[in-house]
Design a protein around this ligand. Structure first.
Ligand code: FE2
Length: 381
């Protein structure tokens, strides 16, 4: 807020301006002159003015019109305007009020009356300035806090996603799959979800929750998880528990992403005809997320080379999925999958290249195989 109030005196008669200046100057105000309506408007636009003393009867643009034009600008809604007038007619006062002035003073101007009214109007202006400043500071503070809050939320979300990704990676190291399996199958699942008409938020949920589908493998003993031969019936029963172990790790969370992760972990091996595991759910009893991830997981497993098996090729994989429509897979999800084959191929290609990480995994699995052979006795004892 300014310390010295600025007052604009607008009158076409210089002696009138000088008279008001003589009254006001001793009060320490900063006084500006305008000798026409146009000049008054220019000064109002160029200088931060606190009060306008405006002669009504000016040639060209009169005081009423100057008042109207000042008020037309929202920035000057609170600028006090006092009309200095010889008029005593009520109609003219009404005209002044309608134009937007705040006060009148009659000629000949009485010094005491002028000083009292000027002081009152300047007080009101100072109060409005204070409120304006406060409001601007408040808006600025809110904008800053809102920005900080958005950043904090974005950071939290990024941290959550990173933790989930790293958690999924941890379970990956227990298995013979690669990091690219996780990327490919989650992108397949998201693409199918989009094709099924799920909204953007749900598509994003499945994209980030699908990597947790095999989290439960972390709880399966090495001798079963890494067994290079066919599993015995008992081993297979234990292996199937990875669905429930994963669901158990993720259960009771308030975070929607983890809730979807739990659903997916629990139901990605259920089958449409009820022959899947762990619960033997049938048809629509299986959550949609589980039905979608099932096809993404199986398709990727079929079309990917693993240390213990070759890929069966895209066409053969598609034949299998087509054949399993209505038995293993939800028919609607199969239709959605076949509706976006170009996108599926593009995802497969994008994450197919054998990058450094896969080479590292390959080396790790070779070492693990050697280790298993060397410690076979320990496993069987
Ligand atoms: Fe699984």
């Amino acid at each position: 807020m300014k310390n010295i109030p600025v007052i604009l005196i607008a009158d076409d008669q210089l002696p009138n301006i000088e008279l008001l200046e003589a009254f006001l100057s001793p009060q320490g105000y900063c006084l500006l002159r305008a000798q026409s309506g146009d000049e008054a408007l220019t000064k109002v636009n160029e200088v931060a003015i606190d009060l306008v003393l405006l002669d009504v009867m000016m040639p060209g643009m009169d005081g009423f019109e100057v008042t109207r034009r000042i008020r037309a600008n929202p920035a000057f809604r609170q600028l006090p305007i006092m009309l200095v007038t010889a008029l005593r007619e009520k109609d003219d006062h009404l005209k002044g009020v309608e134009a937007g002035c705040d006060d009148f003073i009659s000629k000949p101007v009485d010094k005491i009356e002028l000083l009292a009214r000027v002081r009152a109007l300047l007080k009101v202006k100072a109060y409005h300035d204070l409120i304006d400043d406060y409001q601007k500071r408040l808006e600025s503070d809110i904008a800053t806090r809102t920005k900080e809050l958005h950043q904090a939320l974005a950071d939290t979300k990024a941290a959550s996603l990173e933790i989930i990704e790293r958690l999924s990676t941890a379970s990956e190291y227990r298995d013979e799959t690669t990091g690219h399996h996780i990327c490919r199958m989650s992108h397949y699942a998201a693409a199918v979800a989009r094709q099924l008409g799920l909204d953007k938020a749900k598509v994003e949920l499945i994209l980030y929750a699908a990597p947790m589908h095999d989290l439960g493998k972390i709880g399966i003993p090495d001798r079963i998880l890494l067994k290079p031969a066919k599993l015995s019936p008992l081993e297979w029963e234990i292996m199937k528990k990875h669905t429930l172990i994963g669901a158990n790790i993720l259960k009771d969370s308030d975070i929607e992403l983890l809730q979807v992760g739990e659903l997916i972990a629990r139901t990605h091996h259920e089958k449409w005809d009820g022959s899947g595991y762990p619960a033997g759910l049938r048809g629509m009893e299986i959550p949609l997320y589980g039905r979608i991830v099932a096809i993404a997981d199986v398709f990727d497993a079929m079309t990917t080379v693993r240390p213990y098996k070759d890929a069966i090729g895209m066409d053969a994989a598609l034949d299998t999925i087509r054949a399993d429509k209505g038995s293993h897979f939800d028919p609607a999800v199969v239709d959605a999958f076949f509706g976006i084959l170009d996108e599926i191929r593009a995802i497969k290609q994008e994450y197919e290249t054998s990058e450094q990480r896969e080479v590292d995994m390959q080396e790790l699995h070779t070492l693990l195989s050697q280790y298993r052979e060397n410690t076979a006795l320990a496993y069987t004892s």
